[in-house]
Design a protein around this ligand. Sequence first.
Ligand code: NAP
Length: 251
Amino acid sequence: MAMTQVLLLGGTFDAYMLSAMLHEAGVAAIYSYAGATRTRRTPPLPVRVGGFGGVRGLVDYLIAHQITHVIDATHPFAAQMSANAIAACSRLGLPLLSMERPPWQAQPGDRWQHVPDMAAAAKTLNPLSRRVFLAIGRKQLAAFAGLADRHRFVLRVIDQEGDALPLPPSSYELIVARGPFRLADELALLGQYRIDCIVSKNAGGADTYAKIEAARQLGIPVVMVDRPVLEPRTQCQSPQQAMEWLQRPRR
Ligand code: NAP
């Protein structure tokens, strides 16, 4: 694959897996992190950290580093980065692949209510749900700020450090933990905090699925926030498929 220079937009375990495959195959690639959280594994590729500065900054970066292919392996809910990648690649005529694990599908026994975004999730919360597990990270908590007098929240975040949380401190209990999470632990958590509703992003994958399984077992309703909708783009679901895409001949 002469002259190939891949920009891999990362921040997920699958992106890390792909970085290892690229390294093994001897494909020149740069791994990009947002730098919002501490990283668990160091990819075996040259790394850059931090935003590019919107679409314009990304376009400049792609030109300056002679990028030939962009693989967007960010989290399915990292919609801003993905939209920027679509815009920048279209402007430069660069091939772009989005790699996303498939979303979870409801199983018999699941009590899901689908909503399109976090604002809708907040509106949908049943006023009778007293103890709500907001398993959504810290970035979109503001949507629930107006409900703090009605519900008690349990929040789970990856890092202790970060911006102040936009909820009154008396309205929540904070758990700091990083997946993967096990079913037995999630069952214990839901029981310990007497959770009667969960708000979850439809992240897909195994690492954070145990809470969904635990909710099913305990009959707890889940407000399931569907993935943000982006412009159509070439997509795959696994690092193996991304490698195959790279090897496909192009004009
Ligand atoms: P976002 O809203 O789509 O991105 C916000 C801004 O952060 C982007 O506009 C970009 O800044 C910068 N950015 C995001 N990903 C980047 C990357 N890989 N390399 C360089 N800059 C990046 O994303 P987010 O929801 O804040 O997520 C941030 C990162 O955490 C992502 O890389 C994602 O894969 C990871 N992550 C997100 C979630 C989630 O639920 N959202 C969960 C797990 C992991 P500029 O506009 O300045 O370029």
